[in-house]
Write a protein that binds this ligand. Sequence first.
Ligand code: AMP
Length: 279
Amino acid sequence: MKVLSSVNKMQEAANELREEGKIISFVPTMGGLHEAHLRLVGEARKRADVCVVSIFVNPTQFGPNEDYMKYARDLEGDITKLDRFGVHLVFVPETEEIYPKDFQTFVEVEKLDNHLCGLHRKGHFRGVATIVLKLFNIVKPHIAIFGEKDYQQLKVIQRMVKDLNIDVDIVSSPIVRDESGLALSSRNSYLSTDEKKSATCIFKTLRKMKEEFDMGLNLSKTIKQAGGKLLTEANIFDIDYLEICDPETLESKDLAERGDLLAIAVRLGGTRLIDNIRL
Ligand code: AMP
C-alpha cells in the first residue's frame, strides 16, 4: 500500500492508473477509522481495480466553536487498518497544501443547505462540497463511496456532481451500527459511559417513531412529539432537530409518507450525534 501526501504525486499516480485503463474507486474520510469506514472501503474495492482512501480532517467544514482541534486523529492506526484491508493507495494531504494562504474558491449547494444540519452548522456543507470537489480533482476517481449516515452530505454531493457535470459515479452505503443500534461514528469515542447509554436511545427513538407511522399515524407533529418524549426520558435534552422530510429536497413535511427521511441531530455533553432512517 502506498501512502502519498503530495497533491502532484497523487495526481500523477491517478493519471498513470487511468492511462493503464484501471478503474479507480475512492473513499474520502476524516480518519479515526472504524468498522463503517471499512465497510465503505469493502464496497469501493469490489467496484474497481484500485481503491484510494483519503484521510483529511477538513478545517473548512468545522465552525469556530466545533471540534476541529480535538477531532479523533489516529493516522498510524488508520494506515495499519487500511493496509490490512487491501487498500492500494492512501492520500493524506497537508492542510497547508490543500488550503494555501491565498485560497478563495468555494462550492455552495444552495437549497439543500437550508435544512437539517445546514441550519445548525453554518458553512459546513460549503466546506464539505469544496473539499470533496478538490479531492475528486486530485484523486480522479471513477467511483466514490459515501455513507448514508451523513444523509444530507450524500445529497449535497449528488447534487454538486449533477449540477457541475462531474464525471464521478456516487455510490451510497447503508448505515453501520453497533449491537445497541448506535450508528458508528468517530465522535462516539468522546462519549462517557452514561452518555453512551443515552446515545443508544437515538436509534430506538427513530425506530419507535417509524412504528407509530407504520401503525397509521401520519401527522409529523404527533410522531415528533412521541419521539421528543422518548429522548427526554433518555436524558437527551439538547435536540438540534428531529425532522420528517422529503428524501430528495430535505424539506420538512407536515404529513409523513412512506419513504420519507426521519432525521435527527442531538448533543450529548459536547458531542453532536446524527442518525436517520427511512419511513
Ligand atoms: P467521516 O470520516 O466521518 O467523514 O466519514 C467518512 C465516510 O464514512 C462518510 O461517507 C460517512 O458517511 C461514512 N460513515 C461514517 N460513519 C458511518 C456509519 N456509521 N455508517 C455508514 N457510513 C458511515
